[in-house]
Design a protein around this ligand. Sequence first.
Ligand SMILES: Cc1cc2nc3c(=O)[nH]c(=O)nc-3n(C[C@H](O)[C@H](O)[C@H](O)COP(=O)(O)OP(=O)(O)OC[C@H]3O[C@@H](n4cnc5c(N)ncnc54)[C@H](O)[C@@H]3O)c2cc1C
Length: 474
Amino acid sequence: MVMGDIATGTDVLVVGGGPGGYVAAIRAAQHDLDTTLVERDAYGGTCLNYGCIPSKALITATDLAHDAGEAAEMGVVADPEIDMPAMADWKDGVVDQLTGGVEKLCKANGVNLVEGTAAFEDEHTARIAHGGSGQGMETIEFEHAIVATGSRAIEVPGFDFEDDPVWSSRDALDAEAVPDELVVVGAGYIGMELSTTFAKAGSDVTVVEMLDGALPTYEDDVTRVVTERAADLGIQFEFGEAASGWEETDGGIVVTTETEDGEESSYEADRVLVAVGREPVTDTLELEATGLEPNEAGFLETDGRARTDVDNIFAVGDVAGEPMLAHKASREGVVAAEVVAGEPAALDYQAVPSVVFTDPEIATVGMTEAEAADAGFDPVVGQMPFRASGRSLTTGNDEGFVRLVADGDDEFVLGAQIVGPEASELVAEVTLAIELGATLEDIARTIHTHPTLSEAVMEAAENARGQAIHTLNR
Ligand SMILES: Cc1cc2nc3c(=O)[nH]c(=O)nc-3n(C[C@H](O)[C@H](O)[C@H](O)COP(=O)(O)OP(=O)(O)OC[C@H]3O[C@@H](n4cnc5c(N)ncnc54)[C@H](O)[C@@H]3O)c2cc1C
């Protein structure tokens, strides 16, 4: 169909169909607001199509292959092989199921779906450019807009994502074959997750990182568990080196790096994955027509209710700033929609969990001990190592620990740092504890199922109170 110039009106225009945008649109429609969601690429956004979901699918599949190959001690003897096209098909099937589900949910809730790229004409009008078969322009007038345009991978000078051997995280997740040698630039969470995945799939992985360590936002003892395991998997770390360029050789490519002192090194590879961070997407929106300006870092600043400086325009998700996480995007989407609907909703960031799906996983929420001290608390800390957990030993994964941080006066739980098996699931208990204002005593006196990994959370609470049974109290 070729669309001509048409003009429509809507109560709420949501720009971007990722976990920020589609959740905002559904919640707005649930409040009986006439809601239009514009998406230029694929429903589900980065998260479902090029991020959280495909990466976790590949992590699960490569973990399975790797663990089966390492299970001889448990009496399981296997020599698994990775069939990359089959693995990619399975991953794509998961993605398709979820993105199709988003579209259906939006429609079932009465959200009007529009495919195209949105740009503002003023603070109550947007122009939608339809690409592909439905070419043409559409003008939409809106009472409120929720900008949820997300983020994209940052390019490093000299590494153009258009070039075949240079991978963005999105290219890596679409890999049709496992490279024999992979250089990963960046040891943040995306670089570390994908390094582990490809190492388990059989690549020789070298990680090049400008800083002097991996995952710099986490405490040293947390990161150490992961980097030691990564080294066991054969991942080679080159810290203090910035990637400066690459060139083709007879057999593949050579990636060059430079230290601060100008010392050069080079690494042979088949592919180079650049994962140095993500930047907000605001450039196609013509925001100046609304009077709205991104801050120096390119993000749209919001108040505690997801409102921007322009009264009727809201911003949620990656475009609204750190932490760039899907669940934070969705929460902001819900709040923006509820505020538009006149509800007394507001954002609260005291318990935003954050997970790195490495081997083992890292999950944190709330404050570290140092952050609690900086905030004026007199923190107490309790720790439970997984090697003292019966369930952990039965899974063959006993590295890492659960650490709880609480206020020394009244024992309110302030935060947790978990590194170990199923950290991504265990952190939910502490997140809820913080949300509910629970104390160490509440967690310690809650009967946890035996034998489970979650007992480690209870034991860490007991340890903080000097009452641990299965570890020595500090
Ligand atoms: C490899 C990788 C792994 C990740 N893993 C995790 C994880 O495990 N857990 C986690 O919490 N987060 C993870 N993330 C981050 C997560 O994907 C983002 O935080 C999340 O997708 C942000 O949601 P959003 O709705 O703000 O934006 P996005 O998901 O980026 O969606 C924005 C949408 O807006 C559309 N859009 C942009 N401009 C326009 C326009 N002008 N008109 C119309 N449409 C437009 C885009 O096409 C896109 O679909 C990962 C990211 C990557 C890259």
